[in-house]
Write a protein that binds this ligand. Sequence first.
Ligand code: BJW
Ligand code: ZN
Length: 239
Amino acid sequence: MFGPVADRLRQAEKIVFVTGAGISQESGIPTFRGKDGFWRKYDAMKLATIDAFYENPKLVWEWYEERRTNILAAKPNPGHLAMAELEKYRPVHVLTQNIDGMHQRAGSTKVYELHGSIITIKCTVCDFKDIIVTGFSELPPICKCGNILRPDVVWFGESLPQDVWHAAMQQASSCDVMIVVGTSLAVSPANLLPAYARQNGAIVIEVNPEETPMSTSMSLSIRSSAAKALPDLLTVFQR
Ligand code: BJW
Ligand code: ZN
């Protein structure tokens, strides 16, 4: 399966994963683009914007509440679990665009949440930030200061949390193996991370049943699902 890159994989000194919605697809969490990318009749990509939120905060909150319920009921799949187990064999860093917390639940210890987290909320105005422990009696929830609370996630047109982004760039620029799993690589700046790895001379492997805009520059594209391919990848290090 790993043919030309098998040796480079085995010799890896630092493995960095870049993950997207596709890794959680087999846990029953829908992806954004493609046939999964609609919620009720709304285009998920149009809801994930600050403009949509201010236009209709209740609607956007309903979307997040429904997703949060689904995510909390879901379980990490063999793909997440294989990545966590890989830490037994090599230093592993996980740069994820996902907000679902599945990597941490699977046991990965170095996870960089580029787009925030669905289990935290923050105020749109003051510094208040907290973990959601119960549901809300009314949507949108209101902060003690009187302003609207929002999910602590990164929407289009917003900056990534700078400390997380800097750490992610640094990990990408210093790895010798990067594995890009379940992302369409359509969204920047996360889609720049493979280029940072390549600049460092790393091999970059993609796990995705579909082609992506960067498939042609990959060292290897594994056209399979994450839950199938990642346990196979783990066996390379278990021998
Ligand atoms: C499987 C599988 C299986 C399926 N196994 N694989 C013009 C105007 C304004 C901004 C821009 C602009 N042009 C560019 C920009 C920048 C913009 C951007 O990139 N836009 C593009 C869409 C054009 N980016 C931003 O705005 C970012 N911020 C930024 O750049 O700041 C600087 C700035 C400031 C001001 C102005 C301009 C720039 C922020 C991006 C935030 C993205 N946020 C979201 C929502 C997060 C919260 C939430 O989850 O609700 O992040 S959008 C959504 O897309 C989410 C995802 O993390 C992200 C990426 O999606 P992902 O993970 O790749 O999922 P899919 O669905 O696309 O792909 C799934 C893949 O899995 C597919 O390939 C399948 O084949 C595969 N798959 N099953 C393995 N079983
Ligand atoms: Zn507030």
